[in-house]
Write a protein that binds this ligand. Sequence first.
Ligand SMILES: *Cc1c(COP(=O)(O)O)cnc(C)c1O
Length: 367
Amino acid sequence: MQIPFLSFEYQNQIIRKDILQTFEGFFDSNWYVLGERVKNFEKEYANFNGVNYCIGVGNGLDALHLSLKALNIGSGDEVIIPSNTYIATALAVSYTGANPVFAEPKIETYNIDPDRIESAINSKTKAIMPVHLYGQACEMDAIMAIAKKHNLFVVEDNAQAHGAAYKGKLTGSFGQVNATSFYPGKNLGALGDAGAITTNDEKIAQRVMRLRNYGSDKKYFNEEIGFNTRLDECQAGFLSVKLKHLKDWTRQRQQIAQWYNEALRGTGDIILPQIAPGATHVYHIYLIRTRKRDALQSWLSENGIGTLIHYPVPPHLQKAYHDLGYKKGDFPIAEEIADTCLSLPLWPGMKENEVTYVAQKIKIFFK
Ligand SMILES: *Cc1c(COP(=O)(O)O)cnc(C)c1O
């Protein structure tokens, strides 16, 4: 059996007819940038996410960047982010001229540890950016309370957690302004790059709409130095098609995770995903940890099973961030996760016998 890390075959077969029809409608419309499809998808996604406004942009990194710009965060400011996130979270902070400041995650949930945020706060701190990593909601009650106490903004990085919730409230609806990505492999993925900002604040929504479109409210009149990062009209149409299936596909992800949990419990030194009280997990990634990570990955690869490492190098140890002056050992929890984590195959439509096959090969490895 060959089991890829990710397959779109099942999803694509379900949406094929609707996607082709959407493309035809788009093609024949003679209108290709910022049209009806973007407006419709923005309404649908705002509704899905339980917020007043959704503004489509070119990708998740731009969504994060514009979120920070909309809060006037810039040079001389600091933004607290988890030490174990994908590089985009840190890059968005750097783009504004502000500095990313890292706070360690909890080793159980891999999400930012609320108890380690306050020691990173100083007079330059402007915002906290929680990342709902791998699809699990962060402990938002504690994070919002710290932000309120210190008068800081919260900007959620919701790229991996469409539809996850903390105490019944959806991720992407807590912060003053929040960002998400619709990169093809995300839980809601376009057929190319795409992203969005979600907010309940009308002024922020208007500012982001201006920033994504050359800093212009009215064609050829520019209020500020903006960007060109609009959600593509064609991708918006595709996203509307896929959004209709997101709840079903999320349930499938959760079922697959359940199958893995049952099959792998007690195997070798494997640590299974753990969920914080009050949080839900939408399993963008099903991640296990083991001391024998590299050998296990090679063994699975020899057996036709694709895996990935999310992520092998934490931001503070990336060459790109050499100038921040960090060294190995500065964020031991993030480094521990990077050294031991392995993401197993998971996609909507993956069958129980495929999960069983992966689990069996893992069990044989540990024997
Ligand atoms: C994917 C991702 C991003 C960036 O999204 P792009 O659309 O690829 O720019 C940002 N943050 C996290 C946590 C992500 O997983």
